[in-house]
Design a protein around this ligand. Structure first.
Ligand SMILES: [Zn+2]
Length: 315
């Protein structure tokens, strides 16, 4: 089974669709060559923030609610074409609203409609994760979570993402408690740009069951023991980590160290368009460069299935 547990809708927006919409709306990404250069990393971008710029730049070209329905359809179609069996799509309604002026609830409904329709057509099972944007601070975090919980039925989980150097996770404890009480699963972006402390915070203060990236957990043996003991899966995205300069290279990526410590790992894409990758390509090309063996990849596939938050994967 080919499963991606960590893929941002914003990082899947196709270059061609972005250019088409940009031409219609007289948006700055109307030139195809310029759009590609702005939207796709060619290698290490020198940090998480410049890499996120490549992810985020296209969002403002999707100016109508229908454009988000289309984005979700294309995200599912691209994943199905790559041979995926199950996909968890995450997106940040507050960020999309900031960039487009659209109503966040309308965006959530459109994304869910598009994703469901494409899922039914392609047979690819999907689930949605709503993201709180850390950069807006704890007060806006409450408000963002309230909006996500207002559409609780569309979501399998919530996440927090954005600049890890910003507001500490502990300040978002209350909204994440509310999400757990509403029966949603929790995954948290941590240990990517920030150190092992951010993974501790995600587990202790936000109740994270999985961690987005978490690769800097290798800096703390006690944390590795905790992740292994509590069966907390790290959603590891090899190429994204190289592009955001969170790992110096594939060969020096800490994924083998994590596996050796018994930490559960699932291989993910994060932002396939912004990184110019597919999940099958990550298994076939990036994983061997990171030193993963066929046996490692088999256990990673099994772990991805075990750690899925969403629909029934039996059968
Ligand atoms: Zn991510």
């Amino acid at each position: 089974m080919l499963i991606d547990l960590h893929r941002h809708l914003e990082g899947t927006l196709r270059v061609a669709t972005t250019v088409e919409l940009a031409q219609r709306y007289r948006h700055r990404l109307a030139d195809p060559e310029f759009a590609r250069e702005q939207m796709v990393a060619r290698g290490p971008e020198g940090g998480l923030v410049p890499f996120l710029a490549k992810v985020d730049v296209a969002v403002s070209a999707f100016q109508r609610v229908e454009d988000w329905q289309r984005a979700a359809v294309e995200c599912v179609e691209d994943a199905a074409a790559d041979g995926l069996d199950y996909l968890e799509i995450r997106f940040c309604p507050a960020f999309i609203a900031l960039e487009t002026g659209l109503d966040p609830e309308a965006v959530m409904d459109a994304v869910a409609d598009g994703a469901r329709a494409a899922s039914a057509r392609t047979g690819l099972k999907i689930a949605l994760i709503g993201i709180v944007l850390r950069d807006l601070g704890p007060e806006r975090g409450q408000e963002q979570m309230a909006r996500l919980l207002g559409r609780r039925d569309l979501l399998c989980a919530v996440d927090i993402a954005g600049n890890e150097a910003g507001v500490p996770a502990a300040e978002f404890a209350a909204p994440f408690r509310a999400a757990r009480e509403a029966g949603l699963h929790i995954t948290v972006h941590a240990g990517e740009a920030a150190g092992a402390f951010s993974v501790w915070d995600a587990v202790n203060h936000l109740g994270a069951e999985r961690i987005g990236h978490g690769i800097r957990s290798v800096e703390d043996p006690a944390l590795l023991e905790l992740l292994a003991a509590r069966d907390i899966t790290l959603e590891v995205s090899l190429t994204s980590n190289v592009h955001s300069s969170s790992a110096p290279s594939y060969a020096e990526h800490p994924v083998r160290q994590l596996l050796r410590a018994g930490v559960p790992v699932a291989l993910c894409t994060d932002d396939p368009r912004a990184s110019g990758i597919t999940l099958s390509g990550e298994y076939a090309a990036a994983a061997p460069q990171a030193g993963l063996t066929a046996a490692d990849l088999q256990s990673i596939r099994t772990q991805a299935r075990r750690a899925a938050f969403g629909s029934d994967l039996s059968g």
